[in-house]
Design a protein around this ligand. Structure first.
Ligand code: HSE
Length: 422
């Protein structure tokens, strides 16, 4: 099987080195040998040994090369990557990609073109790095009606929140983000990581496979982690929770709800212990119940491991069922859902008597109970109040927060973080 690799960044370099290093082991499991026939790169990567490989600077040359069976797309981004993949498909090449943005934004068009040409587009590496979650849902859980998928799907955000929560040496957001970039975890534009867009791309892909719906990126309700401060993390810890960047897809009355948000998880739960760049995915199926998958979510070698799994899959035969998302009926409605949840609410207030009573009165008026409360003195004139609310509909809580914000003693807009029950 002759492959052409487009893009030799972190993942491309790892892929080339892994194919060379593990050639014998991979060969044992293959029907065919994987031969890197051509590599296209737009920038040199000094960490990558390309000795003996045919190199071009033109990615489209690979898509047109008649000797290549599979194009591996690792250039990232959506516009050039889409043109490249469509050209490869038009030239009857299978495609393996790690590009979640591409699949989340243009998956329907790409799969439809692939079906017409009778080729496969595989994307195991696009979600949760080294965890084989696509194959687990598509193959392992194929007999189930999936009711819920929830995951820590962005390694960079999880790394940042874990380091900010470190007991030994909590570090500030910007400093940890820089380290994640240096380690090759973050996207070329790291705002995709911290603003929740990368996780949204991934949950859309998992929802497409799990629920059989068309890719609908615009339906995801997205909140990132960039507003989280060390003080919130410390209070959340004191309440007995960890803070995790979560992406969730679940069935509601007549559709699927898709959300990305930072969520509090009780410390004894498994998700709570998933730290650093590690990802975790919970998939709930009607027959199997809850299943959990944990592993490295970013980084060159972990992602390359998933690219190789797709290559091996192709070498064993190309009759791979893509129809799970080719022949979809009308996609279910995805509404702007509002869920019932307990939440953390933090308010900075004037340090004067009677403030707590006014806060409690607003919450009570809206039918919201206070489960626990922590009060800290910030200065002689400012106090910080953190509350865990009872379970309440989000819209009711949001309206109460608006009312709290109007109280004269409240200094800045209240912060809200939801609690996730697994
Ligand atoms: N930037 C992504 C992450 C890389 O941090 O999870 C893997 O998709």
């Amino acid at each position: 099987m002759k492959i052409g690799i487009c893009g030799v960044g972190t993942v491309g370099a790892s892929l080339i080195s892994l194919i060379k290093k593990n050639q014998d082991e991979i060969g044992r499991k293959l029907e065919d040998e994987i031969v890197i026939h051509q590599v296209a790169l737009r920038r040199e990567n000094p960490q990558c040994d390309l000795t003996g490989i045919n190199i071009t600077n033109d990615i489209y040359e690979v898509a047109k090369n008649p000797n290549i069976d599979v194009l591996v797309e690792l250039i990232g981004g959506t516009e050039d990557a889409k043109d490249l993949v469509l050209l490869a498909v038009k030239n009857k090449k299978h495609v393996v990609t790690a590009n979640k943005a591409l699949i989340a934004m243009h998956g329907s068009e790409i799969f439809s073109a692939a079906r017409q040409m009778g080729v496969c587009v595989l994307f195991e590496a696009a979600v949760a790095g080294g965890i084989p979650i696509i194959k687990s849902i598509r193959e392992g859980l194929v007999g189930n009606i999936i009711s819920r998928i929830a995951g820590i799907l962005n390694g960079t955000s999880n790394f940042i929140l874990s380091e900010m929560a470190s007991k030994k040496q909590p570090r500030a957001f910007d400093e940890v983000l820089k380290e994640a970039q240096k380690k090759g975890y973050a996207e070329a534009d790291p705002s995709f990581d911290v603003n929740g867009i990368d996780a949204a791309h991934k949950i859309v892909i998992l929802a497409m496979i799990g629920f059989g719906i068309k890719v609908q990126f615009e339906a995801v309700q997205i909140e990132g982690i960039s507003e989280i401060c060390l003080e919130d993390i410390s209070l959340i810890d004191e309440f007995g929770f960890s803070l995790k960047p979560l992406a969730v897809a679940f069935r509601i009355s007549d559709g699927i709800s898709l959300r990305v948000y930072p969520a509090m998880i009780e410390k004894e739960k498994v998700f709570s212990k998933v730290d650093g760049v590690t990802n975790a995915v919970l998939v709930e199926g009607c027959s199997v119940g809850e299943t959990l998958y944990v592993g490295p979510g970013a980084g060159g070698d972990a992602t390359a491991s998933s690219v190789i799994s797709d290559l091996v899959h192709l070498s064993r035969g190309t009759n791979i069922p893509n129809e799970g998302f080719f022949d979809l009926n009308e996609a279910p409605t995805i509404e702007d859902s509002s869920i019932d949840t307990a939440s953390y609410v933090r308010l900075d207030v004037k340090n004067i008597t009677g403030v707590m009573a006014s806060i409690a009165s607003v919450l009570k008026k809206n039918g919201i109970g206070i489960e626990s409360i922590i009060q800290r003195e910030v200065s002689e004139t400012i106090a910080r109040i953190a509350i865990i609310t009872s379970i309440v509909n989000e819209k009711v809580l949001d309206e109460s927060l608006r009312q709290l914000d109007e109280l004269l003693a409240v200094i800045s807009a209240p912060t809200k973080i939801r609690i996730f029950k697994s």
